[in-house]
Design a protein around this ligand. Structure first.
Ligand code: NAD
Ligand code: UDP
Length: 319
């Protein structure tokens, strides 16, 4: 197959490029680097079957050659990013999804949308099954991300129903792992980097809010299976293991051996109080479930950040 992956220079997009290439497919990666990092794909430059195009997907997308798949991952994904870039976030979820779907339709390619557990907002049903319609504040600060993704899902289903495009929608729950940026702003990377630097761990609110953290390799496996399945309806992918933010902080301190203290900071507006995926459908339809538990995933991610910070420190010392 030859597939287009938008958001290829991001955390998840870059891992997805690796996976498709490793399976022997050809990949066109596309990104405008608004939150991506060229280093995430530097190992792919020159690799057989990989081609990169720098482009903003809210503008007409042109790709030379045939395409069998379009995987739309472009979008700021960390709350600090989409709060800083509210309008580009709304545009990539709406205009960008429209362009990517139009391309898939024109090339008779299969389309996969990277959606999110944020479509459930601050959920009143727990854990969250795909049938839950969610509890989102459309005009709150997080609305720019949540509503863009909800629109993107509606647009995807409309192209499926009206134009007959073969589509997939993955609702991704909090995923972490190597290639997150040290300043990404999401909780796992924040805590690990703070612990390794000996800085206080920033707990927003009282730390009793919960999240369910998925290691990146598990997620990519699920996405690869979903892409090749016949399921058009939204599918949750996430690790059902649910932890409070305080438990996460304690796990990071223990695994890094850090003596950093915990610092309480104000809770961001509309921060969901709980989140846990119901993955019955992924289990049944894809035969998928996560294999990497929090402790193992954190150890792999800590190793990545330890090496990255050492390299950055060494580079700074040679200046
Ligand atoms: P990321 O910020 O690391 O990657 C997003 C990439 O999209 C970046 O490289 C960015 O430069 C690119 N991009 C943004 N707007 C673009 C545009 N207009 N044109 C071209 N490229 C553009 O984030 P991520 O964690 O890798 O997330 C990837 C996708 O997965 C996003 O769509 C996100 O909403 C979704 N998702 C991620 C998570 C998670 O936990 N990581 C959870 C739910 C959903
Ligand atoms: N959080 C925190 N400290 C941080 C970053 C995040 O306590 O330094 C909290 C945040 O308020 C939320 C949870 O951790 O309750 C997960 O935040 P993240 O930004 O990773 O993802 P999301 O809120 O989108 O689930």
């Amino acid at each position: 197959m030859r597939v287009l992956i938008t958001g290829a220079a991001g955390f998840l997009g870059s891992h997805l490029c690796d996976r498709f290439l490793d399976e022997g497919h050809q990949v066109v990666g596309m990104d405008n680097f608004i939150t991506g990092n060229p280093n995430n794909i530097s190992h792919l430059r020159g690799r057989r079957g990989f081609h990169f195009v720098e482009h903003d997907v809210t503008q007409y997308i042109y790709v030379e050659g045939s395409l069998d798949g379009v995987l739309h991952f472009a979008s700021p994904a960390s709350p600090i990013d989409y709060l800083e870039q509210p309008i580009p976030t709304l545009k990539v979820g709406s205009l960008g999804t429209h362009k990517a779907l139009g391309l898939a339709k024109a090339r008779k390619a299969r389309f996969l949308l990277a959606s999110t557990s944020e479509v459930y907002g601050d959920p009143q049903v727990h854990p969250q099954p795909e049938s839950y319609w969610g509890h989102v504040n459309p005009v709150g600060p997080r609305g720019v991300y949540d509503e863009a993704k909800r629109f993107a899902e509606a647009m995807t289903m409309a192209y499926h129903r009206y134009h007959g495009v073969e589509t997939r929608i993955v609702r991704i729950f909090n995923t972490y792992g190597p290639r997150m940026r040290p300043r990404d702003g999401r909780v796992v990377s924040n805590f690990i980097v703070q612990a390794l630097r000996g800085d206080p761990l920033s707990i927003y609110g009282d730390g009793t809010q919960t999240r369910s953290f998925t290691y990146v390799d598990d997620l990519i496996e699920g996405i690869y299976r979903l892409f090749h399945s016949g399921r058009a309806e939204p599918t949750n992918l996430g690790n059902p293991g649910e932890f409070t933010v305080r438990q996460l902080a304690e796990a990071v301190l223990q695994l890094t051996g850090s003596v950093s203290e915990l610092r309480m900071l104000p809770l961001p507006e509309d921060d969901p109080k709980v989140r846990q995926p119901d993955i019955s459908i992924a289990r049944q339809v894809l035969g998928w479930e996560p294999n990497v538990d929090l402790s193992e995933g954190l150890q792999r991610t800590i190793l990545y950040f330890r090496q990255l910070l050492e390299r950055q420190g060494a580079a700074a010392r040679t200046l």
